[in-house]
Each structure stands twice: as structure tokens, then as C-alpha cells.
Design a protein around this ligand. Structure first.
Ligand code: F6R
Length: 261
């Protein structure tokens, strides 16, 4: 996989937004898989700025959600559907029907998972999937020891992830749902381009294991090593435990500008 080391979170956002813009120029109705959480915010803001400046036409873009909490009431501000509508769909000026996501409040969650996997395939598959990484190495909500072949399904969050995400629920871990729907690792690997963005020192261990460790389900993000077009964009802090950091810097510096990620 390609590892791109940037100075900080803002530079990471700009780098990934440029790549998305390049994709949309080539394929205006691309299906963009989006992650939630703190990390991708700079990407969505940079892409919105490019759209508003007329650098890229996003009007035909389609947006697919990666994962969702189970059991939050419909319209809850921290449901990932609400977050994606607020942070991606609305700022880009897209209509709600440009957006697809799993139904976390469905009565039959299992059927909702199967339906979402099918809907992704029927939509032609994800062109570019943006991913964050959990401090425990998860991608989407595929927690450690998730099958590397898994499909969209219900998962139980680890205590670590619930602690990490309590900040979105007024710091109250009891408010963080225990269950989620997540695209499986096998589902994620079907996207044409995977872009994992990680910023901050608290991601350095997980990034080093995912990039330089063996492929192992105990580090779900290591599955990116199996993908023919996977890019890991990290800021200096998140790159601080990479043994091959200098090699990655030299490789990226030698790449022609037009090539993108
Ligand atoms: C959420 C998701 C998660 C997050 C991860 C990191 O849609 O896919 O894998 O990307 O938990 O979250 P932040 O960015 O908040 O550190």
C-alpha cells in the first residue's frame, strides 16, 4: 500500500479532498464511501471549499455510509446517518436521495445488513472508501478479530471504542450504544480505492501495526494490505511509529503530481 505522510490534520484533509476531486472530475457520479468520527472532518471541509470555489462539480456525487449505531432513535444527532447528512451531504449541497446507509433502527437488523450489502452492489460498488482507524485497529466498526472476509453485519463494540466515542455523547459511556451495523471487511475490500486517514499520536500504534505488521484479523486495518489500491494518509504524529517512514516520504516525493493518490 502507499503511505503518504503529511504535516498535520489540515494537510491530510486537503490531500484526501484533492484525490476525491480528481475522482469526481473523471467520474462525476462516483459513489463515495464516507467514514464518521473526528478524523474525516478536514476532508469534508476541504472538499466543500473546493466545490464552492468551483474547482470541482460535486452535484452528481453519491454518498454511502460505512457504519451505524444500532438502537439510537431515528434522527438522533449522533446517529451516523445524521452526522453524514450534516457534515457531508448538506455542505456539498446534495439531495438526501444521493445518500445511502444501513438502517440502524430497523426491526430486523440482520435483514437491514443484507439489504445494505445488496444495495451497495446494485449501486455499482464504492469508488473511493474513506476510512478512519480506531485506537484498537478497527476500520468501520470491524473490531479486532473480525473476519477479514466479513460482510455487512451487526457487531458489538469493544469497551475501548465505547470509551473513545463517549466524547460524542457528553462524555457519558452509558449513552454509547453497544451494537452497530458495519460494512464488513470483505465488503470494504470491494471498494475500488481505499483511503485510510489517521491523525494524532493516539493512532500511531494502530497505524504501525496495520501498515508494517502482519495481516491479521486482530488488527482489522491490516486487511488494507490485501487491496490492490490502498492509500494510508497519516500526519507526522500518527506516522511517528512507522519504521519505514523515510522510505514512504521518499517514495511519495518522487511521484509525479498528476498521478494523485
Ligand atoms: C466511523 C468509523 C470508525 C472511525 C474510527 C476513528 O464511521 O468508521 O472506524 O473512523 O473509530 O474515529 P475518530 O476519527 O473519531 O478517531
Amino acid at each position: 500500500m502507499e503511505v503518504v505522510i503529511v504535516e498535520d490534520a489540515a494537510a491530510g484533509g486537503e490531500t484526501v479532498a484533492q484525490s476525491i476531486a480528481q475522482l469526481l472530475r473523471a467520474k462525476p457520479d462516483a459513489l463515495l464511501g464516507v467514514a464518521t468520527g473526528s478524523t474525516p472532518g478536514p476532508v469534508y471541509r476541504a472538499l466543500t471549499a473546493k466545490a464552492r470555489a468551483g474547482e470541482v462539480d460535486v452535484s452528481a456525487a453519491r454518498i454511502a455510509q460505512l457504519d451505524e449505531y444500532v438502537g439510537l432513535p431515528a434522527g438522533h444527532p449522533e446517529s451516523y446517518r445524521s452526522v453524514v447528512l450534516r457534515e457531508v451531504v448538506a455542505p456539498l449541497g446534495l439531495a438526501e436521495d444521493a445518500f445511502m446507509g444501513p438502517d440502524g433502527s430497523a426491526e430486523d437488523v440482520r435483514a437491514a445488513c443484507l439489504a445494505y450489502d445488496r444495495a451497495l452492489a446494485e449501486a455499482g460498488g464504492v469508488d473511493l472508501q474513506l476510512l478512519g482507524i480506531g485506537t484498537d485497529g478497527h476500520i468501520g466498526f470491524n473490531e479486532p478479530c473480525s473476519s477479514l472476509a466479513s460482510r455487512t453485519r451487526i457487531k458489538t463494540l469493544t469497551e475501548q471504542t465505547r470509551v473513545d466515542n463517549a466524547r460524542f455523547f457528553d462524555g457519558d459511556i452509558t449513552q454509547v450504544p453497544r451494537h452497530v451495523i458495519t460494512q464488513g471487511i470483505g465488503t470494504i475490500l470491494e471498494a475500488r480505492h481505499l483511503v485510510l486517514l489517521a491523525t494524532g499520536e493516539n493512532k500511531a500504534d494502530a497505524v504501525a501495526l496495520a501498515v508494517e505488521g502482519p495481516v491479521a484479523s486482530v488488527v482489522p486495518a491490516s486487511a488494507l494490505q490485501l487491496h490492490p489500491h490502498a492509500t494510508v494518509v497519516v500526519d507526522e504524529a500518527a506516522a511517528s511509529k512507522l519504521k519505514l517512514a523515510d522510505y514512504f516520504r521518499a517514495t511519495y516525493a518522487a511521484k509525479p503530481d498528476w498521478q494523485g493518490l
